[in-house]
Design a protein around this ligand. Structure first.
Ligand SMILES: [Zn+2]
Ligand SMILES: [Zn+2]
Length: 376
């Protein structure tokens, strides 16, 4: 779906009233989905676009928060709130139906495509900041080299499949959320190939595929967050008899870095500052992504004050800007004083006036600070 054109009113798309109940919306969407289902409506070239539009409308109206936002502020409100429906990532309308109604709707006849594979990699925060190439090794099904994937022992004949008469397909009646549907499935005797070897290949026992270990260099982009996935198309299991391979999904785990807390692209770190230094001000070394950086601490810094170092945080994934580094000052009151230190503090205490303690903060801000909830 194009993101430049103005999306239509979701109520109009689903043909429901503005005060429609959840049930009515669900019913309207199912009704439309049923009309647009590829098994029913294989000849409408716009069916896929129409279904995507209906799915987007349903995504908005089926979620009470989104619906309320849309009602008040329209599509712009949803976009500025960070919601961006996008179904372009789905390979086919069948995948879309699977996503909404859970499997079974995309009946692809012929040899089955390879399954997807998921692997995980673990990287450091620095690697997440710089981007890194990871060596990934995983088990995957590959085409059998002994029979070149046709499943027959080399030099032996391949015959027409008796079960399907050679066309590789069978008719099957399945139950879907839209009722009974007749669809075409791959023949289970020949796996959709239409032909069977008289003598199965001894390496793969006629499957045409064997399992093995694969290695791949995976580029992890700078700015990636813990839990994000990288999709590498076509690197999953090999398909049956020349059908397309599945995809490889690399789940990226970013190890915790004890120096930082990450908040989106921003990094937060804490620095201990002795009370006299906080009072006098001075130069401090604080942890930064690459080693350390020195900051000027203003005189009279209070516990919990935060200093922001612009562009010293994480890079923004796919963009050229960076987040900030926020340094939260933890003022430490000296403990286990020596005799001399105690004398000095007694002298200091004797000279303090209300002016030394006066601040511009409201009582509320002071309470909040005392309770330790500094909203950075
Ligand atoms: Zn083989
Ligand atoms: Zn067959």
């Amino acid at each position: 779906m194009s993101t430049t054109s103005t999306p239509r009113d979701p109520y109009e798309v689903l043909r429901v009233q503005r005060d429609a109940s959840e049930q009515e919306i669900k019913k309207a969407f199912r009704q439309m989905a049923r009309e647009l289902h590829p098994d029913v409506n294989a000849h409408d070239p716009d069916a896929e676009e129409k279904f995507k539009e209906a799915a987007e409308a349903y995504e908005i109206l089926s979620d009470p928060d989104r619906r309320a936002t849309y009602d008040r502020y329209g599509h712009d409100g949803l976009r500025s709130g960070g919601y961006a429906p996008n179904f372009d990532g789905f390979g086919s309308i069948g995948d879309l139906f699977d996503a909404f109604f859970g499997g079974g709707a995309s009946g692809r006849a012929g040899p089955a495509a390879g399954a997807d594979i998921a692997v995980a990699v673990e990287i450091d925060l620095i690697e997440a900041a710089d981007g890194v190439t990871m060596d990934v090794s995983y088990e995957a099904v590959d085409r059998c080299e002994h029979c070149h994937g046709n499943g027959a022992e080399p030099g032996t004949p391949i015959e027409t499949c008796e079960r399907c008469g050679g066309n590789g397909q069978l008719q099957a009646t399945t139950r879907t959320p839209f009722g009974q549907m007749v669809r075409t499935i791959a023949c289970d005797a020949c796996h959709g190939d239409g032909r069977v070897p008289t003598e199965p290949c001894r390496d793969c026992r006629g499957r045409g595929r064997v399992s093995g270990r694969r290695k791949l260099d995976v580029d992890v982009p700078a700015g990636i967050s813990d839990g994000q996935r990288i999709r590498i198309s076509g690197r999953g299991h090999a398909g049956e008899m020349g059908a397309p391979a599945g995809d490889l999904y690399v789940l990226v785990r970013v190890r915790e870095d004890e120096r930082f807390v990450r908040e989106g692209d921003h990094l937060i770190t804490a620095v201990d500052v002795p009370a006299p230094v906080a009072a006098l001000g001075g130069t401090l070394e604080v942890a930064a992504l690459e080693g350390s950086v020195s900051i000027d601490l203003p005189a009279g810094t209070q516990p919990g004050d935060a200093l922001t170092l612009r562009d010293q945080g994480m890079p923004s994934l796919g963009r050229s800007r960076r987040g900030d580094l926020r340094v939260v000052v933890n003022v430490v009151i000296p403990r286990r004083l020596t005799e001399e230190q105690r004398d000095l503090l007694e002298q200091l205490k004797a000279t303090l006036t209300p002016e030394n303690l006066r601040s511009e903060e409201s009582m509320f801000a002071k309470l909040r600070r005392a309770l330790g909830s500094q909203a950075a």
